[in-house]
Design a binder for this molecule. Structure first.
Ligand code: MRU
Length: 389
């Protein structure tokens, strides 16, 4: 089994690590082969100690990978699910009725893997709609089109993440300390990330940035994944326990907080990894800007406010017995919501691929997402026009 890197990273498309004398590419998700191919995923539960890839050959393997967080992060979950549909349709009957019945079964099944990240449902809907446009065509034609659609979702996410980075970078000043929570990086997306894209882009522009990464109890995505990813890319990072954030802010080490999102309601209320809401409250007290970075596929405009976002409740064992080590009395009552909702009023701005949404409210969100806001002059112009409005 290859040991985790020492990464020598030259670019996002050609990340490489050397382990046990071998060099391999590190990609969060990769479709191998043609329409009858398989999905290769980087098993994130094994990081940072080991770099392990798994091959998913059917939709059940993808469901399991999403459920157990081998693939995690809202955009990556959506991409994996889209490929999961392609895997599930390998065994589809040849008649149209049977084919579409199978499509319904596969998409409903994949939709039951995790409830909060709306990118999952967005991607599955997109796959269903694509197939619908091809009713009357032979099944093999529809299957090919579905794979093309999944690849498009994957490819578009790369572009969206880079656009988010470009929009967000102007918000971060040279010499800033930036605090982030969970992992909203390349591991959680096709590549580059959302919150971390902003940091990567600022660093690429020559800004000196120091990241504070919350460890992110209970599953430690910050410690295991964000710290690993940032180190691999040569970005200075200091790992802190979640309960240290207030002190680090009080000491003046943090000039901005940037997090990702799993679902953003129409009014800007934002669901993200548990602990995000607390950070937003702390940031407000310390007068530190609190930014959310997410693609438009993370917005759920059908939900008028964050109270309507379904919050995943996870196994109590994640709290009482983290990584197999019992740390609490047997049978103790546990509350383990995987996400919380930060009210829009605590969010300074949302950075999406279409621009910077600021102030955050129903109107500015609708304007930027529909392209009605004047972002044509780039990030600074978008900021000015929203401040005037
Ligand atoms: O439970 P996880 O690890 O899937 O939670 C992930 C997060 O909360 C991320 O911040 C969010 O999905 C944004 S990823 C770009």
């Amino acid at each position: 089994m290859p040991r985790a890197p020492a990464l020598a990273v030259s670019s996002w498309r050609t990340e490489r690590y050397s382990g046990s004398g071998m060099t391999r590419e590190v990609a969060t998700l990769e479709w191998i082969g043609d329409v009858d191919g398989n999905l290769r995923i980087l098993d994130q539960t094994r990081l940072p100690r080991e770099v392990v890839f798994r091959e998913c050959r059917d939709e059940r393997a993808v469901w399991e990978a999403i459920k157990t967080l081998q693939v995690r992060g809202a955009p990556a979950i959506g991409i994996a699910a889209a490929y999961g549909v392609c895997l599930g349709m390998k065994l589809a009957p040849n008649d149209e009725r049977g084919f579409f019945q199978r499509l319904e079964e596969v998409t409903s099944y994949l939709a039951s893997s995790r409830p909060t990240a709306v990118n999952l449902f967005w991607a599955l809907d997109r796959m269903r709609r694509r197939a619908d446009t091809l009713r009357g065509q032979p099944p093999e034609v529809i299957r090919k089109a579905l794979l093309k659609e999944a690849r498009a979702i994957h490819e578009e996410d790369r572009a969206l993440c880079h656009a988010i980075g470009r929009w967000g970078e102007s918000l971060i000043e040279d010499g800033s300390g930036v605090l982030t929570h969970c992992n909203a990086g390349g591991l959680a997306t096709a590549e580059y990330g959302t919150a971390l894209a902003v940091i990567y882009e600022a660093v690429a522009k020559g800004k000196r940035i120091h990241v504070y990464a919350d460890e992110t109890r209970p599953l430690l995505q910050g410690a295991r994944l964000t710290a690993w990813e940032l180190k691999a890319h040569g970005v200075p990072v200091t790992l802190i326990c979640d309960n240290m954030a207030a002190e680090v802010m009080k000491e003046g080490k943090v000039q901005a907080v940037i997090v990702g999102a799993d679902r953003i309601a129409a009014n800007g209320d934002t669901a993200n990894k548990i602990g995000t809401y607390g950070l937003a409250v702390l940031a407000r007290y310390h007068r530190i800007p609190f930014y959310v970075a997410a693609p438009s596929s993370t917005f759920d405009l059908q939900l008028s406010h964050g109270g309507l976002i379904p919050i995943e409740q996870r196994d109590p064992q994640e709290v009482t017995c983290p990584f197999g080590i019992p740390i609490a009395p047997e049978g103790v009552d546990v509350y383990n919501p995987a996400f919380d909702v930060t009210p829009a009023e605590l969010v300074t701005a949302i950075i999406c691929e279409k621009g910077v949404i600021r102030p955050v409210n129903r109107e500015t969100i609708a304007a930027v997402l529909t392209g009605a806001a004047d972002n044509s002059q780039g990030p600074q112009a978008a900021l000015k026009s929203s401040a005037n409005g």
